[in-house]
Design a protein around this ligand. Structure first.
Ligand code: CAA
Length: 240
């Protein structure tokens, strides 16, 4: 049995590709999902990867869910905080609820995911923390004040955790995907999406597997001195 890897939002979109890639690389993978039972069941049936249902926005649910994963599969050595949502609206139309939902899931959800796992990583003197941020956390985005704030916040989280975990053998890094061909990007109005693609020098959307391969590197033993870093995978759309 390989190392245990937890991927939040791991049954669909970029998370699905990450779960599959880590399994292929020999990890025992646990994928969480928030609500879509049907998609999760289909995912487990086709991949053999176990799924667990909890809301990352809720600390107690995360803690209980993580304890269950560790009881069933063993200590989590790799955690990929991937679960995220969008509630896009120009700022003058953004409601406090749209702000709160995105902060609770994308930012507090990252805290809730890593915090219960962190003490065990410190004790065992090994851990890989990987957070899926976004190009829009690096550059901002029209209609995404909420989302961009959370994705920029992710970068603050990993840079701080990197310093706290370095001596305990724990690394914390982020991947900033650009626009990837997932349901989330397909939900953007077609005209807007076409205009976005025209701004990507690669001339295309990225594939979820291209993000999964970045995560696989950060999870591996090869990346031990890479800590507090961000891998941008965006087809040359934006440079930090
Ligand atoms: N830059 C500048 N202006 C923009 C714009 C942009 N990127 N997008 C829209 N606008 C303008 C429109 O041209 C329009 O202008 P006019 O009023 O002069 O015609 C105006 O903003 C739209 O205003 P509306 O009041 O009609 O907007 P709306 O309330 O209907 O909202 C929207 C529309 C939610 C902004 C919609 O355009 C949208 O979803 N945009 C995409 C936002 C986006 O890129 N989200 C990223 C999702 S993918 C993701 O998040 C994954 C990742 O990490 C990369």
């Amino acid at each position: 049995m390989g190392r245990v890897a937890l991927v939040t939002g791991g049954s669909r979109g970029i998370g699905e590709a990450i779960s599959k890639k880590l399994k292929e690389d020999g990890y025992t993978v646990a994928a969480t999902y928030a609500g879509n039972d049907e998609a999760a069941a289909k995912f487990t049936e086709t991949t053999g990867i176990k799924t667990y249902k909890w809301n990352v926005a809720d600390y107690e649910s995360s803690k209980t869910g993580i304890a269950k994963v560790e009881e069933e599969l063993g200590p989590i050595e790799v955690v990929v905080a991937n679960a995220g949502i969008t509630r896009d609206a120009p700022f003058h139309k953004m409601t406090p609820d749209q702000w709160k939902e995105v902060i609770d899931t994308n930012l507090t959800g990252v805290f809730n995911t890593i915090h219960p796992i962190w003490p065990g990583m410190r004790e065992r003197k090994f851990g890989r923390v990987i957070v899926i941020s976004s190009i829009n956390g690096q550059k901002g985005q029209f209609a995404q004040v909420n989302y961009a704030a959370t994705k920029a916040g992710d970068l603050g989280i990993i840079k701080s955790l990197a310093q706290e975990g370095a001596r305990a053998g724990i690394t914390a890094n982020a991947v900033c995907p650009g626009y990837i061909a997932t349901e989330m990007v397909m939900a953007v109005p077609e005209k807007v999406r076409e205009s976005i693609i025209s701004q990507i020098p690669a001339g295309r959307l990225g594939e979820p597997e291209e993000i999964a391969r970045c995560v696989a590197f950060l999870a591996s033993d090869d990346s031990g001195f890479v800590n507090g870093s961000t891998i941008s995978a965006n087809g040359a759309q934006f440079f930090v």
